[in-house]
Design a protein around this ligand. Structure first.
Ligand SMILES: C[S@@+](CC[C@H](N)C(=O)[O-])C[C@H]1O[C@@H](n2cnc3c(N)ncnc32)[C@H](O)[C@@H]1O
Length: 423
């Protein structure tokens, strides 16, 4: 008889308490500063914090992304630390976790505006830019963005610099030739390209309002100075202190999902995080960069998936094996970071690859259990709204639009695995 899976053990019918279909707002406080694929809904993190942690606890996110866990931890008066491999994620998170004094922000912005007003289109560019910038940007926008970037860099205070760089980063797509509706790198020859100075001003205005909301909330909660840190590091080797976290609230990249490195290339080129995209991609998990020729896994469900995939595509089997190998290291790292009694809350969805179901939720439950954590519960939630394409073409397996005929839902629901380190 087949072994009972964790998902079978914890009756996993959809729990509507975790769907948040009533309150879908995702841009309160600093949460809406910057678009970011597959980010948490803040309500989910809030509920996890309120259910599984108490004041004074420390919360970690090993795939911090744009910092949802860290922002919510701060609001709730919990200390927090996050890592992400993506320098763009690090910049956005730094901007989002530091609430700025609204009065000082007003002064800083008006000083910045007076510098921006000095723009002279006849002056040549100060500095050569990455060659790929000419592929994505027209000459006029390029000059203005370059001026904005250099002007922001003259600000002395790092937190204000981060705030304005985050604003600039978020308008780059609108000011480029990148197809607006696509997360994949694709030129739109007919695009109406936004004017950089106006876009920047409205982005800063939006963020300024949200900053005030965030600042007031932190003041009210006496949480302005709560310890909260984001580092550029690999989830497989974070350097976070051993046995230091009461909770890890995280959501890993999907095996077949976004190429985070590609999506953030505009900011990457402008802010000089990328010199060559291939080496930039290398350490992102789930980006199909694979130097693993082996197709094996010690995780039972991962082994099953790999065995099903191997006759269909050896390459895909290798990619999946590589993904679970990486994630096994991450689960080991999470065990190391957790205090005895601490809890992992891991949010993950299943997907399909070449017609084979990739049961990531079960695989993560097995991996955490193999590290010695006890699976306390598995919550299944509907995803009423998520910043990922939810449709795959049944024939090609590629993401497609909602009105395609060959549509098939992926990630319509996801799982929250709650695993505890007993000792
Ligand atoms: C699903 S997203 C997390 C989103 C996050 N929960 C939020 O609310 O923004 C997964 C993240 O994993 C990051 N990532 C990929 N490989 C990584 C690695 N080796 N170490 C750390 N982070 C990595 C990606 O850059 C991405 O930000």
């Amino acid at each position: 008889m087949a072994h009972q899976t964790f998902l079978e053990k914890f009756e996993t019918s959809v729990n509507d308490d975790w769907s948040f279909s009533e309150n879908r707002s995702t841009d309160n406080l600093s949460h809406g500063y910057h678009r970011y694929p597959a980010k948490f809904v803040p309500q989910l993190v809030k509920k996890l914090i309120e259910t599984y942690t108490v004041e004074g606890d420390k919360i970690v996110d090993v795939f911090a992304g744009c910092g949802t866990t860290l922002v919510e931890s701060k609001v709730h008066g919990r200390r927090s630390e996050g890592v992400d491999i993506n320098p763009v994620a690090q910049l956005i998170t730094r901007a989002k976790i530091n609430a700025l004094d609204p009065e000082v922000l007003k002064i800083q912005y008006s000083e910045l505006q007076s510098l921006i007003e000095k723009y002279d289109h006849r002056k040549p560019l100060n500095k050569a830019r990455h060659a790929r910038i000419d592929y994505w940007f027209r000459h006029w926008e390029k000059k203005k963005i370059s001026f904005l970037y250099e002007t922001i860099l003259t600000l002395r205070d790092e937190q204000f610099r981060d705030f304005f760089l985050c604003a600039l980063s978020n308008i780059l797509k609108n000011c480029s030739r990148w197809l607006q509706t696509s997360t994949k790198p694709q030129i739109d020859p007919n695009k109406t390209i936004h004017e950089p100075f106006t876009s920047f001003a409205s982005q800063v205005n939006r963020m300024t309002k949200k900053n005030k909301q965030f600042y007031d909330e932190l003041v009210k909660n006496n949480a302005i100075n709560i310890e909260c840190e984001i580092k550029l590091a690999d989830a497989r080797a974070t350097k976070i202190r051993s046995s230091s976290a009461n909770a890890i609230i995280t959501s890993p990249p999907y095996v077949t999902s976004y190429e985070y490195a590609d999506i953030h290339q505009l900011t990457g080129y402008w802010f000089e995080y990328i010199s060559d995209i291939t080496s930039f991609r290398r350490n992102f998990i789930g980006t199909f960069f694979s130097n693993n020729k082996k197709t094996e896994s010690s995780v039972p469900i991962a082994k099953e998936i790999i065995d099903q995939l191997t006759p269909i595509s050896k390459k895909s089997a290798g990619e999946v094996a590589n993904y679970f190998k990486d994630m096994f290291s991450v689960s080991k790292e999470m065990h190391r970071i957790l205090k005895p009694g601490g809890v992992v809350c891991l949010v993950v969805g299943n997907t399909t690859m070449k017609g084979v179901k990739i049961q990531s939720a079960e695989a993560f439950a097995q991996m955490l259990s193999m590290q010695g954590l006890e699976i306390e519960s598995v919550i299944k939630r509907k995803i009423p709204f998520k910043l990922i394409p939810t449709i795959r073409d049944e024939k090609t397996g590629k993401f497609t639009t909602l009105n395609s005929i060959n549509k098939k839902l992926v990630y319509p629901e996801e799982f929250i695995i709650i695993a505890r380190k007993k000792y």
